[in-house]
Design a protein around this ligand. Sequence first.
Ligand code: DX5
Ligand code: ZN
Length: 221
Amino acid sequence: MFHLSPSMLAADFTKLGEQIKKIENAGGDWLHVDVMDGLFVPSISFGMPVIESIRPATDLFFDVHLMVQEPVRYIEEFKRVGADLITIHAEACEDIEATIVKIREAGCKVGISISPDTEVSVLEPWVKKVDMILLMSVHPGFGGQKFIPETMEKIRAVRRMINEQNPACDLEVDGGIHLGNVKEVMEAGVNVVVAGTAVFRGNIKENMDAFYRKMREVYHE
Ligand code: DX5
Ligand code: ZN
């Protein structure tokens, strides 16, 4: 199964509801929700009230990416406002195990992410315990950055780990993905693709149609 997860960070917030409908109408099933705390990353995005207000407006699967220091403090709140999957950063947690347990107890799916400077070996203890691994292909903090080419090797390495240890685990890539590189990252082993700028800039429906066309060339289902 593959998914395109449009990153809401790139949306036009004056028409957020409308843009979410466009994602649904284009056949979208996931929405990537980037929460930044100004501490783990230099920027601040949005938090619970925004997620809470869009939750009743859509059935999209909320793929919540917490770029937050010690996210364990906020798990119940993110569940309450409507997160389906909560991804934490390995670098941001003092106790990764306890954070994963907390997400499970809240009833959400669990994702773990690493930033570009973090080795994939950090993920080794967690592969069997999570539903998704998110590889950052830009330094987290801002949309619209350029894909870091070294990510390709990391994708292949993590795909091997997943296939050996937990084949049901999803592998998501986030940052700088566009129509020109989506096939390449999927061929390397990604099955969930985040795209912000490349989906929201211009015509959402046309952009998503083009993404799905490319993605189906790799995954035939
Ligand atoms: C970056 C965020 C990404 C970002 C992706 O910190 O985690 O999800 O919004 O945006 P693009 O696709 O524009 O690189
Ligand atoms: Zn993200």
